[in-house]
Write a protein that binds this ligand. Structure first.
Ligand SMILES: [Zn+2]
Ligand SMILES: [Zn+2]
Length: 276
């Protein structure tokens, strides 16, 4: 199995997971043009995708989907609640009033309806989704398994529940949100108070500190790679996020040392391929 985070942050998220002959795009938050460009940068092609999974309807995860579908033939794997919310989602722009109709049209006969609590398969990859707490209709994280190797991706969730921590056990790679530094978020003067409260809440976004607690106390040490995703450009700093995670790994007890490598993802460029 191999994966790359094509782009991540509040400006757009997309992850590519490949195994055997199967290629799956997770989320279409980048523009269609940018998705195609980044796929080409990692040696892939939009026409060779076997499926697009949409985790939730927020613009930074699904905003590029409608236009992207013009150049793809593969189905979109989306839950019923997320599809409905995606069609209704408010879009900024001049033709915004027409957007729901266009979205409904483009998705017609193109979707494989999935559930955030039921396993599904795309080609040679088995997906095991699980609900995560976020202020969207039906957001989920998942593990993806092929030939005994398992990876996890999860973004946009406010806290690591016991259920989430259990699912991450045994994964060879984990792509996980490390959205903000709590202190930087509190000090950030461009965000209104309500937005800060939303981000900090249990259904908001995961902080560097939350990731650190998991890496120190909840992580089973099995992952060779932990990729930090969805970093805020205003309330985080890549060096701070990486250092916080690395220090947490060093703080693990002597008997629970881990050799996990921490990798940063970026809003504007893909990560190198992570091979498992
Ligand atoms: Zn997001
Ligand atoms: Zn979201």
């Amino acid at each position: 199995m191999r994966l790359t985070v094509l782009g991540s942050g509040s400006t757009g998220n997309a992850v590519l997971i490949c195994a055997g002959q199967t290629r799956v795009l997770v989320d279409a938050g980048l523009s269609a043009k940018e998705t195609a460009r980044r796929l080409a940068l990692v040696g892939e092609d939009v026409t060779r995708l076997d499926g697009v999974i949409i985790t939730h309807e927020h613009g930074d995860h699904a905003g590029g989907l409608r236009v992207l579908l013009k150049s793809l033939e593969c189905p979109v794997y989306i839950s019923g609640a997320t599809r409905d919310a995606y069609i209704r989602e408010r879009v900024h722009g001049s033709s915004a009033s027409d957007e729901p109709r266009k979205r409904a049209e483009v998705l017609r006969d193109r979707t494989e309806e999935i559930s955030s609590s039921q396993d599904f398969r795309i080609g040679e990859i088995d997906f095991h989704p699980f609900t995560v707490p976020h202020d969207a209709a039906d957001n989920f994280g998942f593990t993806a398994r092929h030939d005994g190797v398992c990876v996890a991706t999860l973004m946009d969730f406010g806290c690591i529940t016991t259920l989430v921590a259990e699912h991450l056990k045994g994964c060879a790679a984990v792509v996980i949100e490390s959205n903000h530094s709590r202190d930087m978020l509190k000090a950030c003067d461009v965000y209104p108070w309500e937005l800060k409260q939303r981000i900090l809440s249990r259904t908001g976004h995961l902080s560097n500190e939350d990731v650190a607690v998991w890496l120190r106390d909840g992580f089973d040490g099995s992952a060779e790679h932990v990729v930090l995703a969805h970093l805020s450009q205003r309330a985080n700093n890549p060096h701070v996020a990486k250092l916080t995670a690395e220090v947490a790994l060093q703080e693990r007890g002597m008997l629970f040392q881990s050799t996990a490598k921490i990798t940063l993802s970026h809003p504007k460029e893909p990560t190198p391929w992570i091979e498992l």
